[in-house]
Design a protein around this ligand. Structure first.
Ligand SMILES: [Zn+2]
Length: 268
């Protein structure tokens, strides 16, 4: 009686884990898919960042150009005032009679003329600067246009890939939902909690008396418990659920993928 109960338990734990292993493979595919999706999204963000950086550069450069134009306008008005003042002094000088007044005006005129020369130099520098900045602005604008153009193809490729990933993901989810509906709720909830923590396989075979999840050596007693499969056995080092590979897998233990194929063929 006790023996048959054990046999029953043996069967049910292995069956429960067998279903969970199928779910686990789908989850591994899903994790890989989500990783790919994140990479694609990052590529998209990079393109957006490059474009937005160029747009910011354009705005900043337009600001500088506008400021230079304002400075030039003010400078030109100041120059005009200086020129008018110079003309005024010339007129005044032509009408003075006394030598000392004439000399004083000459001195003043030479001062104003120096101001005029300095202002003209200043304006010429500003004009040079303006044409440099306008050239830079033109280059950045061209660069933005070509970036927008060249990234169109890449962006549409990325979008297509993301859509494919989403489609693939929903197919996996459908299959997974079907399996979850059949799974033992108790085993499944333990599995899912472990998966959330590890984002990796959490139901793993014992191989050469070693947990194939964390590769730490187990005791003979642990091994026996797993082999008996009377209840779920967890690796005490990494908390993964351990299972005993099928009889015909044992001589080839180590190749988990191969073991899995054999196991599925058997259950199919
Ligand atoms: Zn372990």
């Amino acid at each position: 009686m006790v023996k048959s109960q054990h046999a029953e338990a043996h069967k049910s734990i292995n069956d429960a884990l067998s279903l969970i292993l199928d779910i686990q493979e789908l989850d591994m595919q899903m994790i890989q898919l989500m990783r790919l999706k994140r990479e694609r999204k990052r590529e998209m963000e990079n393109i957006t960042a490059i474009k937005s950086d160029l747009s910011h550069q354009i705005k900043a450069k337009e600001g500088e150009v506008l400021e230079l134009k304002t400075l030039i306008k003010i400078g030109e008005e100041e120059l005009k005032e200086i020129q008018e003042k110079l003309k005024e002094l010339e007129n005044k000088q032509s009408s003075v009679k006394k030598v000392d007044e004439f000399n004083a005006l000459s001195h003043e005129m030479s001062q104003v003329d120096k101001q005029r020369a300095a202002k003209e130099q200043n304006l010429s520098d500003l004009m040079d600067k303006l044409s440099q900045e306008e050239e830079l602005l033109k280059n950045i604008k061209e660069s933005l246009v070509s970036t927008v153009e060249s990234s169109k193809v890449l962006e549409s490729e990325i979008m297509t890939r993301i859509q494919e990933i989403n489609k693939e993901g929903s197919l996996i989810k459908v299959k997974r939902d079907e399996l979850v509906a059949e799974a033992s709720p108790e085993v499944f909830s333990i599995y899912e909690r472990l998966l959330q923590n590890k984002k990796d396989r959490v139901v793993v075979p014992i191989e050469n008396r070693t947990c194939s999840g964390c590769h730490i050596q187990l005791t003979a007693q642990d091994e026996n418990l797993v082999r008996k499969a009377e209840r779920m056995i967890f690796c005490e080092h990494c908390s993964r659920i351990l299972y005993w590979p099928q009889a015909d897998d044992q001589d080839q233990a180590g190749a988990q993928g191969r073991g899995r194929r054999r196991r599925s063929r058997q259950t199919a």
